[in-house]
Design a protein around this ligand. Structure first.
Ligand SMILES: [Fe+2]
Length: 525
């Protein structure tokens, strides 16, 4: 196979289409090919092109995705010429890249903002690898990543961290500085990787444009976040499994319904822009290449016989928030049969996967709080956040009934972001009745930086007495959750930083909870 043929295999569908159309006006640097569209093999850049770092993700037993984006001017459109550029990559067995075991060339195209997503295959399971990119005369930093254990392999331990909500403006990524020091197999990001808002000059640092709408806006915003030094360090050290929440597009959007006063046509275009920029900046597989305003994100990842991860997308297919959204008593809409977080197809996929899973721990990685929580401290009235599963009660009941009826779904654990605060819940078949069966456990992680208003802490604390299934709440601290799984036990450590106003702030463990195999519900460690 010639190098050019190999390149073509790696091209995305979008790139292929463009190849056939062809472009003109390329420089003499371009190498000749049988196509009218040519590729620059030795590009010259206006500045260092790997300023956004490297990343990896989607670990399988035989490979993973490695990612980078050429962007010498990352905050201003990337600063790349409107040309295809060759990027070379290598995977090695050692941190100094001396034992290279695979290498290749991939084409970075303007259509995908000169991002590259290489799906490396044919590797050994359950071990570390190192990787690096080169374009022109510039080389990227060396990233480290890991393959998943072989399917069915008897695994004694798995360690990961999950994170969400990293509003650039609200503070610094000290949480990521500490996460980079952890010994983890991978990182799960549960959404709000970026925020769409314009600059807020009352905050410690500012966004780089008014509220983002166009593709160029979303690209520049992702690039701003990716310049975060400690965020880059965590991407370079572990593979990531990512999903999104609302702010990757627009606060509390549901399917094609925006928060703002946009027409449906305007929002379809905006969602397409947001989804494309998301794909361009995340270590996702080609199967997640967006098609207009749609992107396939929900998926399953398996870690030996120990854990199966069901990564959900609860924004793209959901029905509108009931009762006009917000914190309020439930209206009839919140109980409607057809109200859905996941859409029918994803729900069927989830149930089928749970039923077939052979794993000891079945992890549902998703966005908004799944447990019921009555925010009203009075016992004779109720207040729910209807953007959470509390606004989609029938869908939650279907899932819980399914788990309860099929006892073979081993140890369901839900991990959640969105609410910028730390919680632990027992998942009950009837939250009103403390004596009803507990069918699973939910760990809700706090934000990396995003705000949990201090004035909410006292009312939530006062409401805890009405929610006996809630074992823990903290609104004061930012951080992430480190989870250690063995065949016998799940342990969640709530790792929090002392402040987000100092990028160097240290982390400590605020609280730890365990779940014993076969005993749904959390206990203080
Ligand atoms: Fe958030």
């Amino acid at each position: 196979m010639t190098r050019w043929d190999f390149n073509r295999l790696l091209l995305t569908q979008m790139q292929r289409r463009r190849l056939l159309i062809g472009v003109s006006g390329l420089t003499s640097l371009a190498i000749a090919s049988q196509f009218s569209r040519r590729v620059v093999a030795q590009p010259r850049f206006s500045d260092y092109p790997f300023k956004l770092g490297v990343a990896s993700g989607e670990p399988l037993p035989d490979g993973f995705v490695i990612w980078t984006r050429l962007a010498p001017q990352p905050l201003n459109g990337g600063g790349m010429p409107n040309q295809d550029v060759e990027v070379r990559w290598q995977v090695a067995r050692d941190p100094k890249m001396q034992q290279v075991i695979q290498k290749g060339t991939v084409i970075a195209t303007p259509e995908l903002a000169h991002s590259v997503h290489v799906e490396v295959q044919g590797l050994e399971p359950n071990r570390w690898y190192w990787y690096q990119f080169k374009a022109g005369n510039d080389t990227s930093r060396i990233g480290r990543t890991r393959t998943a254990p072989a399917r069915g392999e008897r695994l004694q331990q798995l360690t990961f961290a999950f994170a969400s909500c990293q509003d650039w403006q609200n503070g610094f990524y000290s949480a990521y500085r500490n996460m980079a020091q952890e010994e983890l197999d991978f990182v799960v990001h549960l959404g709000d990787y970026i925020y769409e808002y314009g600059p807020d000059f009352s905050k410690p640092r500012q966004h780089n444009s008014p509220e983002i709408v166009s593709l160029a806006d979303y690209r520049n915003r992702h690039a701003l976040y990716k310049t975060g030094f400690h965020l880059q360090a965590v991407h370079a050290k572990f593979p990531w499994i990512v999903t999104w929440d609302d702010h990757e597009v627009d606060n509390n959007y549901a399917n094609l319904i925006p928060e703002d006063n946009q027409t449906r046509e305007e929002f379809i275009k905006r969602r397409a822009n947001a989804y494309q920029a998301y794909y361009e900046h995340m270590p996702l597989r080609l199967s997640s290449l967006p098609k207009g305003p749609n992107l396939q994100l929900y998926r399953r990842l398996t870690f030996g016989d120990l854990a199966e991860f069901f990564v959900l997308d609860t924004r793209q297919y959901r029905t509108n928030q009931p009762c006009d959204d917000g914190l309020k008593p439930r209206c009839a809409e919140a109980l409607a049969e057809e109200a859905t977080m996941t859409g029918k197809e994803q729900e069927r996929w989830l149930f089928r996967g749970l039923e077939r899973s052979q794993a000891r721990w079945n992890v549902i990685a998703q966005q908004t709080m799944m447990a019921q929580f009555d925010f009203d401290a009075r016992s004779d009235s109720e207040t729910f956040n209807v953007d959470q599963w509390d606004g989609y009660v029938a869908a939650r009941n279907r899932l819980f009934n399914f788990i309860q009826q099929r006892k073979e779904v081993a140890n369901p654990v839900v991990i959640t972001g969105d609410i910028h605060s730390s919680w632990v819940h027992d998942l009950k078949t009837d939250f009103k009745n403390p004596a009803s069966p507990t069918i699973g456990t939910e760990f809700v992680g706090t934000s990396i930086t995003s705000d949990f208003p201090a004035q909410f802490i006292a009312p939530v604390t006062a409401a805890l007495a009405n929610n006996p299934h809630t074992k823990f709440f903290d609104g004061a601290f930012r951080g992430y959750v480190r989870c250690q799984l063995t065949p016998k036990q799940w342990r969640s450590d709530y790792r929090v930083v002392s402040t987000i106003l100092d990028p160097q702030a240290p982390a400590s463990t605020l609280a730890s909870f365990i779940v014993e195999n076969g005993q749904p519900g959390a206990q203080r460690a």
